[in-house]
Design a protein around this ligand. Structure first.
Ligand code: NDP
Length: 395
């Protein structure tokens, strides 16, 4: 099986290492906008295992030229969400299977939803190709955790709270853990959660409370909108309420407020010295590269699902989670835990497809596949998970 990874950022670095280490893939290529970054990742892996190429993933003809010369069976898209549709178009044109970790966002609108990618359903089906959407950690493992809960522990899931804590400290006054432009667009938008068949919209960070995270302790946690809520409430119609909580420190929130107040989070182009620039893209250029944070990052992330529902006529609660240590992630891959927790599931999802365990013609969210083989491998790949039953979920 031949795998082509697109995007040589923090996540792409981890995906490429994990795919290169997996014998199910006979040939591996990493392609990105800047070829020198691909070459550095390939050189660190060594042994001539990883080929590299330059590609502009906004261009379907460029993508198709690359697909035709390398002949991948599956493309793992870990570039930016802006490129999802062009890469899916090229996959359809060249007969290649597809996997990503983040749903499509138009560049000129800080708005993400699955409708654009779900609209490819008939075309992937007609070509007999598989498209796997949202196979990072969240979205990704959080949806697999939900599928596992539904398969083994619940007859009906009623309340789902996905909790995402980064208790790591990178020693910088302000930095984002993945692509700053995508991250800031995500966390500054209005909150949104699902309740009794409709979406409830809140002001950004309006709902918050302290939650306890295993081995970490109490952290202030904020309800934000996150994309897996959209597919999970569709695929598990018994859900009455679904929310996503993320922890933020006060320092981070203060910086974020200032960035917004002074206009640096703007996504529309402005004229600067006769040149058009997009403020948030300029900001990205001066902020620390998320890939560079790993060396001084200490502490853990903890991401999981807190679920309340019914099993055999009785109410039960269930908490399934993974804790990932930044230093351990750095020792293994040279990246911090956020890149690690995203890259490991993406590579694992690609191997599930390559081994024929996650297949189908059409566009799928990960909870539509069997969670068992994926979760059996997740621990050995570096992300062990734990279950707690009948505990106080706090939410
Ligand atoms: P980075 O910004 O570090 O890396 C993105 C890479 O994509 C860069 O190498 C960049 O090239 C490349 N790229 C951007 N535009 C193009 C283009 N037009 N053509 C080819 N290559 C391009 O981001 P991360 O690695 O932090 O994140 C990667 C993806 O993972 C994002 O989509 C993010 O949303 C997603 N993610 C998902 C998570 C999850 O749990 N599901 C969590 C965290 C991230 P260049 O180096 O030249 O800039």
């Amino acid at each position: 099986m031949k795998a082509l990874i697109i995007g040589a950022g923090g996540v792409g670095t981890v995906v490429t290492q994990k795919i290169a280490a997996n014998p199910v893939f006979t040939e591996v290529m990493l392609a990105s906008r800047t070829k020198s970054k691909c070459d550095a990742v390939a050189a660190a892996i060594g042994g001539g295992r990883v080929q590299t190429a330059q590609v502009d993933a906004d261009s379907v003809p460029e993508l198709c030229a690359l697909f035709r010369s390398f002949g991948p069976d599956i493309v793992v898209n870990v570039a930016l969400p802006y490129q999802d549709l062009t890469i899916m178009d090229a996959c359809l044109e060249c007969g290649v299977n597809y996997l990503d970790t983040a749903n499509y966002e138009p560049k000129d609108e800080a708005h993400f939803e699955y409708s654009w990618q779900w609209a490819y359903q008939d075309r992937f089906k007609a070509k007999g190709l598989t498209a796997i959407l949202g196979c990072g950690f969240d979205p990704g493992v959080t949806a697999v955790f939900t599928a596992y809960a539904a398969k083994h522990h619940f007859d009906e899931i009623h309340y789902l709270d996905i909790v995402d804590c980064n208790a790591g400290n990178h020693g910088m006054a302000f930095a984002t853990n993945f692509n700053p432009e995508i991250n800031i667009r995500e966390v500054t938008q209005k909150g949104r959660y699902y309740e009794n068949g409709r979406w409830v919209v809140t002001e950004p960070h309006e709902i918050h409370k302290p939650l306890h995270y295993p081995e970490i302790g109490e952290r202030e946690s904020y309800v934000i909108y996150h994309e897996e809520l959209e597919s999970l409430v569709k695929n598990y119609p018994t859900i009455k309420r679904a929310r996503f909580w993320m922890t933020f420190g006060q320092e981070y929130l203060t910086h974020l407020r200032v960035i917004q107040n002074i206009g640096m989070a703007r996504i529309d182009p402005i004229l600067y010295n006769g040149v058009e620039i997009v403020p948030i893209q300029f900001l990205k250029a001066v902020l620390p590269d998320p890939k560079s944070l790993g060396a001084n990052y200490h502490g853990q992330t903890s991401i999981g699902c807190r679920i309340r529902g019914i099993k055999d006529g009785k109410e039960r609660t269930y908490y399934i989670y993974n804790n990932c240590d930044h230093e351990q992630a750095y020792r293994e891959t040279g990246t911090q835990a956020v890149s690690f927790t995203t890259g490991v599931p993406a590579a694992l999802g690609a191997s599930m497809w390559a081994k024929g365990l996650w297949r189908g013609a059409g566009v799928f969210n990960v909870e539509e596949f069997d969670p068992d083989p994926f979760l059996a491998e997740l621990g050995p790949q570096g992300l062990p998970w734990h279950e707690l039953f009948d505990v106080d979920l706090e939410v």
